[in-house]
Design a protein around this ligand. Structure first.
Ligand code: FES
Length: 272
């Protein structure tokens, strides 16, 4: 089944869409008109307005027009095509073809802004994640960071003893000094020192000395509780350090290095 609709320039302004026209015609006349053709009847040539009108359904008021400046045409509006109803997916404000767009402008803009805003947030989050991953990939790995610090239980080091730990590939000396050692190191005349540092500058707590076990001469590991000053002795070339790790005798030019360290509580030392 099909309906035939003619369109001319004179009535084109009133025919917004083919669907609208067919709907209006159907409402007025019921079911779409059918062609009635007699078998064996000679068909006129479809060249003029008159011959074209003979093909128009009689119920239609639309006329076919031809002319020098007017294109002659016959448009067939197929009404047997089943178009899916997308009304469920359309907004209420735009379902009617006669509704003004200005009435729904605010809500449509809000939706657009919401989509754009959400997209920007997602983009910013993705960019931030990518930058973070890139920067973190260039930093030290977790196992390296774990070795960057060392925690020492001070209760395991008896008074008067020096314990050696491995920290960042180097020996670390933690010495539990006696009261006599503290008294002796604090009373040293700084003018007699090659590398003048007071004992208070090298320790955070008087009873705990924390130094790297690397001789400042050529890097040997000194021996604890040895040497002329009872601190450390480097057997490589005979450097003597006192109980504050200060160079007192021998070729070493500087005191033993004191690494960054903190006492997180009374019994715990963190180095690094
Ligand atoms: S390396 Fe220690 S004295 Fe030379």
């Amino acid at each position: 089944m099909f309906s035939q609709v003619s369109r001319s320039s004179a009535i084109s302004s009133s025919l917004k869409t083919t669907t609208t026209l067919v709907t209006a015609v159907n409402k007025q006349f019921g079911a779409p008109a059918k062609f009635e053709q007699t078998a064996g009847e000679p068909q006129p040539a479809k060249l003029t307005t008159d011959t074209l009108n003979k093909f128009q359904p009689k119920l239609f008021c639309v006329q076919t027009k031809t002319g020098i400046s007017t294109a002659a045409q016959v448009r067939y509006a197929h009404t047997d095509l089943q178009v899916p109803d997308f009304g469920y997916y359309r907004r209420e404000g735009v379902k009617s073809p006669n509704a003004k767009s200005g009435g729904t402008e605010a809500s449509r803009k809000n939706f657009t802004y919401l989509v754009v805003g959400a997209g920007m947030v997602g983009t910013a989050y993705t960019a931030k994640t990518m930058v973070t991953e890139l920067v973190s990939s260039m930093s030290a790995s977790a196992d390296v960071l774990a070795l960057a610090k060392i925690e020492v239980k001070l209760s395991e080091i008896p008074e008067g003893k020096n314990m050696v730990f491995k920290w960042r590939g180097k020996p670390l000396f933690v010495r539990h000094r006696t009261a006599a050692e503290i008294q002796a190191e604090q009373s040293v005349d700084l003018s007699s020192l090659r590398h003048a540092e007071h004992d208070n500058e090298r320790v955070q707590k008087d009873e705990w000395l924390v130094v790297l076990g690397v001789c400042t001469h050529l890097g040997c590991v000194p021996i604890a509780n040895s040497g002329d000053y009872g601190g450390y002795y480097c057997p490589c070339h005979g450097s003597h350090y006192d109980a504050a790790g200060r160079i007192r005798k021998g070729p070493a030019p500087l005191n033993l290095e004191v690494p960054a360290h903190t006492f997180v509580d009374e019994g715990t030392l963190v180095v690094g």
